[in-house]
Design a protein around this ligand. Structure first.
Ligand SMILES: Nc1nc2c(c(=O)[nH]1)N[C@H]1C(S)=C(S)[C@@H](COP(=O)(O)OP(=O)(O)OC[C@H]3O[C@@H](n4cnc5c(=O)[nH]c(N)nc54)[C@H](O)[C@@H]3O)O[C@H]1N2
Ligand SMILES: Nc1nc2c(c(=O)[nH]1)N[C@H]1C(S)=C(S)[C@@H](COP(=O)(O)OP(=O)(O)OC[C@H]3O[C@@H](n4cnc5c(=O)[nH]c(N)nc54)[C@H](O)[C@@H]3O)O[C@H]1N2
Ligand code: SF4
Ligand SMILES: [Mo]
Length: 899
């Protein structure tokens, strides 16, 4: 992107990563900054008050990418927008005519803006006539949505971020917020530091960084959460802490929910056994729950991504309703959202089982209301297909055209082989993305180049219902266009000109706001009628505000249900009788290990953005499987060695990470690595398409697998000035780097110097100058090292070693950039794999200041005994604070060693 593509000097916008929704100042390039824009936290934004986590602070590094999709493509050929739109609309019109509207589907994302979502939903449900509008939020929030709707009659998040700071007990269930919602977690850490009496409980099968502040960690058996809350409900009744007035006046269904809880979790020993935890820890949790009215239960994917996800949500909500701990400061069931605009998608009704603006197909009068508002010619009349069903219908040939926007289902949906079959079968696969090369763009017939963060304009809603603006500063590269624009052009080409001719994003937002208020009169929770006539100038000046924002209440709404009125027909909340159940697929002799999946601190999903920031790769450079040392020993698996995981659905190759954070019998794999970054590490290959029967959300946190050490292999590292095709490798992983191309590889068998040299198949144009190979091999250690110099400058390095431990990549990478001829000493150092006088950093722990594990250990051995001390000496942990939990862990370990 050229430096000229700028429109103004700076804007206030919102971070495109997690659902905390932090405010960001995006500042145009200053001349001294070499043309790269910079970011800082927005001190005025109520989500973060100026702070940013590592991912947010690194946003500037991700703005300029070499892999942007710059022109529309049809069948691999660049075309004009007009011809791509014509091709798409002709095919949609044809399949709708021949097979009916349900042969078309949108598969959207919680990362598009509310305005994009609104027009897609309107086009499908009102004009094409299908409710096949589903989204990756199905993999993320669907269970939480259904849980809220069952209890409250609406998808209403009751709480706000202040409730997390002012509660006295915070129960974090299936959330690793220290890594996944870092700024919110830091707010909690600060609150607890100020008020040490505040207690934090973490419920997670794994010991995570979030446990750092936990007064109690319940390492439950995977999937057993509902039993904990069933037990809390029945014991709340026995302990006499029920809010009888609230139950009697504002709820229904209490008696049967309690009877079921008494039956399901009859006593502490039964429950402790069901959940695989000690009776004592369960009793402690109950004691704190009993004594603490100001309790928030904060839950995320460990709850949602489950075949009983909705029941887990309602088991939690039941406890809050029974004790009246809702609609009050510092109390409530708080589902935290993952994506920056998962909430916005829910607000427009962008799920296959919603209609629009928090109305469902089954809501009496809703279809008629929406039809009249949109003046819609072809209203859909019933629910469409949820994500997993949608891809199954595609494989069966029922869905013939799919438009995928801002999501990477070849990586994120369970059972990748099935997703591939579905997309291969589908007659027209349209993919809108910012990137040219993803696992999903590889499957597309038509590619639409989309503008991305820093270029787009619109709104997003964060986890506390706060609507904020994303503002574009940079102009679109190439022919990239806003997603809403592409949808509207296709709509117009299908003949719906009048309904899709908008003046800009503000115009769409105003219509969305008007629909939310249309014949609402307080019946529906989602009402932002105050913005129904918003002008462009007002939209551009919009400050963050929490919905509902009805006409006459411009300040919005901090907390819901303070009036104890719910959005059910009789205004009462509903208890749901819950029978706790375990994951669908259970361990067997053939598949004995329980696979858990989730996130790492410094990567975002399929790495299409964070993969561009070399500094973010240092925290976790390669895909890994976390395994208990005892199991590893039994299976002959060494730390960092290559491991094969198989399930009935597929296999992956990963590096072993020995850790007591996972229980024996369990393993954990991160979700981020795609085929763009590693040849065989997409964990969704292993996951069955088991879903929650109510929400359709896949049980992505759970699969049964087998594990084995891979033998007869040798390990290597390659650094090259140009990208390489590594067809001969059993495993390769490209580690993002600012200096050339860095690959960690595994070869299936022994290599020789000659075979390694033969891998260099580069055929440069014209004269390249004098090529020289420096070689070193040690028959005893079986190490081989090769360096290729062209005109005395290093262009390729290959290291081969039989053991998994790698060499000092940091130093080598900096060496590679030297464009001056290598000195004799450096030549030797390259082959020895170690510089004479440079300190080795180890794995990077603090990404902000690039401080590594070896430096931290050294400082501790030299007498530093606190995190503050480490910060003073090395600066680690003193910027965003995301690494503080990890820094703490260094303290006891190393002290013990040196004692
Ligand atoms: N760094 C980073 N942050 C992110 C994202 C990212 O990609 N990277 N993605 C964002 C998105 S979209 C989302 S949805 C959120 C997700 O945020 P989180 O839900 O906090 O993240 P996960 O790592 O998916 O899973 C959370 C925890 O659930 C635990 N778990 C697994 N099974 C169970 C179980 O049966 N019961 C319980 N109680 N716990 C279980 C796992 O061990 C894991 O520690 O993160 C958001 N933030
Ligand atoms: N096993 C397992 N699977 C999981 C999960 C898990 O915990 N375990 N988590 C699930 C969850 S919670 C989630 S949210 C999903 C996430 O999974 P995905 O949604 O598949 O992952 P992303 O990498 O966020 O994909 C976003 C895509 O949109 C592109 N993009 C970014 N901005 C824009 C834009 O403005 N417009 C357009 N058109 N494209 C854009 C990016 O380049 C990228 O290709 O994964 C789910 N899958
Ligand atoms: S916590 Fe980090 S990733 Fe999440 S919105 Fe804030 S800066 Fe972005
Ligand atoms: Mo998510």
């Amino acid at each position: 992107m050229s430096v000229a593509n700028r429109t103004s000097m700076s804007v206030k916008t919102t971070c495109p990563y997690c659902g905390v929704g932090c405010g960001v100042n995006l500042i145009d390039a200053q001349s001294e900054n070499e043309g790269v824009p910079s970011v800082s936290g927005d001190v005025d934004h109520p989500a973060n008050f100026g702070r940013l986590c590592v991912k947010g602070s690194s946003l500037a590094q991700t703005i300029q990418s070499d892999d942007r999709l710059l022109t529309p493509m049809v069948d691999g050929q660049p075309v004009t927008w007009q011809s791509a739109i014509d091709a798409v609309s002709t095919k949609i019109a044809q399949v709708v005519k021949d097979h009916g509207p349900d042969a078309f589907a949108f598969y959207l994302s919680g990362q598009i803006l509310t305005e994009d979502y609104y027009v897609a939903n309107k086009l499908a449900k009102g004009f094409i006539g299908t409710a096949n509008v589903d989204t990756n939020s199905r993999l993320c929030m669907a269970s939480a949505v259904v849980g809220y709707k069952r209890a409250f009659g609406s998808d209403t998040v009751p709480c706000n971020y202040e409730d997390l700071e002012c509660c006295d007990l915070l129960i974090m269930v299936g959330s690793n917020a220290a890594w996944t919602h870092p700024i919110l977690y830091q707010r909690i850490v600060a609150a607890k530091k100020q008020r040490p009496s505040m207690r934090v409980v973490v419920i997670d099968p794994r010991e995570t960084a979030t446990c750092d502040i936990a007064d109690l960690h319940l390492a439950i058996k995977p999937g057993s959460d509902a039993a904990i809350f069933s037990f809390l409900l029945s014991d709340s009744a026995q302990a006499g802490i029920l809010d009888h007035d609230f139950i009697a006046s504002h709820t229904n269904g209490f008696a049967s929910a309690l009877a079921q809880a008494n039956e399901s979790t009859p006593c502490v020993s039964f429950t402790a056994n069901f959940c695989g935890i000690s009776e004592q820890s369960l009793t402690s949790l109950f004691g704190w729950w009993r004594d603490t009215p100001k309790t928030v239960t904060f839950y995320s994917q460990g709850v949602n991504q489950s075949s009983s996800g909705v029941d887990k949500c309602n088991a939690i909500i039941n406890c809050h309703l029974a004790t009246g701990r809702i609609g009050k400061q510092g109390a409530g069931p708080f589902s935290i959202t993952g994506q920056p605009n998962a909430m916005g998608g829910r607000e427009v009704g962008g799920l296959a089982n919603q209609l629009a603006a928090h109305m469902d197909f089954a809501t009496p009068g809703a279809q008629d209301l929406v039809q009249r508002f949109w003046q819609a010619p072809n209203m859909a009349t019933e629910n469409g297909l949820k994500a997993v069903d949608l891809f199954q219908a595609m494989e069966k040939g029922k869905v013939k055209v799919v438009w995928i926007m801002s999501t990477n289902p070849m990586v994120s949906l369970p059972d990748t082989a099935q997703v591939r079959r579905a997309l291969e079968k589908c007659e027209l696969v349209i993919v809108s993305d910012c990137k040219a090369h993803t696992d999903t763009t590889a499957m597309a017939d038509v590619l639409f180049p989309a503008t991305g963060w820093s270029e787009k304009d619109g709104t997003v809603t964060n986890s506390e219902r706060r609507i904020s603006r994303q503002r574009g500063l940079l102009s679109a590269p190439g022919d990239a266009k806003h997603d809403w624009w592409a949808i509207c052009e296709v709509a117009k080409s299908l003949g719906f000109q009048a309904a899709f001719s908008y003046q800009g994003a503000h115009d769409i937002f105003a219509e969305h706001a008007a629909l939310s208020a249309f014949e609402n009169e307080g019946k529906r929770d989602f009402d932002i009628g105050h913005f129904s006539r918003i002008t462009k100038a007002e939209y551009d000046a919009l400050v963050p505000v929490q919905w509902p924002v009805p006409e006459g209440r411009p300040q919005g709404t901090k907390r819901m249900f303070e009036d104890k009125r719910f959005f059910t027909p009789d205004g009462r909340a509903r208890f749901v009788a819950i029978v706790p159940s375990l994951p669908k697929v259970q361990a067997s002799q053939e598949w004995p290990f329980t696979l858990n999946t989730g996130r790492v601190r410094d990567q975002w999903h399929t790495m299409t953005r964070t993969g561009d920031a070399a500094s973010l790769a240092k925290h976790t450079a390669q895909p890994y499987v976390e395994i208990h040392p005892r199991e590893a020993k039994r299976l002959g698996i060494q730390d960092k060695s290559l491991v094969r995981l198989t399930s009935p659905y597929g296999e992956v190759l990963l590096k072993a990470k020995l850790s007591r954070a996972v229980a024996p019998g369990n393993v954990f794999v991160a979700i981020h690595w795609t085929q763009q970054f590693a040849n065989a590490s997409v964990v969704s290959n292993l996951i069955p398409q088991v879903v929650d029967p109510l929400s359709g959300q896949p049980e992505s946190k759970h699969a049964q697998v087998q594990l084995e050490a891979v033998s007869d292999i040798c390990y290597g590292m390659i650094i090259s000035a140009t990208p390489l095709v590594l067809a001969d490798c059993l495993y390769w992983c490209q580690v993002p780097s600012t200096q050339g191309y860095h690959y960690e590889v595994v070869w299936p068998n022994r290599q020789t110097q000659a075979s390694l040299r033969a891998m260099d198949t580069e055929h440069p144009h014209g004269k390249v100058g004098k090529t020289q190979w420096l070689e070193y091999s040690n028959p005893i250690t079986q190490q081989i090292r090769l360096a290729k110099l062209v005109n005395q400058t290093l262009t390729l390095l290959m290291y081969l070693h039989p053991q998994p431990d790698s060499v000092m990549a940091d130093w080598l990478l900096s060496t590679l950039t030297m464009n001056t001829p290598l000195s004799a000493q450096d030549r030797l150092a390259i082959l020895v794999g170690m510089p004479a006088n440079i300190e080795e950093k180890g794995d990077i722990v603090c990404s902000c200041y690039q401080v590594g594990s070896k430096q931290i250990e050294k400082a501790i051995v030299n007498g530093i005994s606190s995190v503050d001390g480490l910060g003073a000496k090395l600066k680690c942990g003193t910027n965003c604070g995301s690494c503080l939990p990890e820094l703490k862990r260094f303290l006891p370990t190393v002290t013990e060693l040196s004692a």
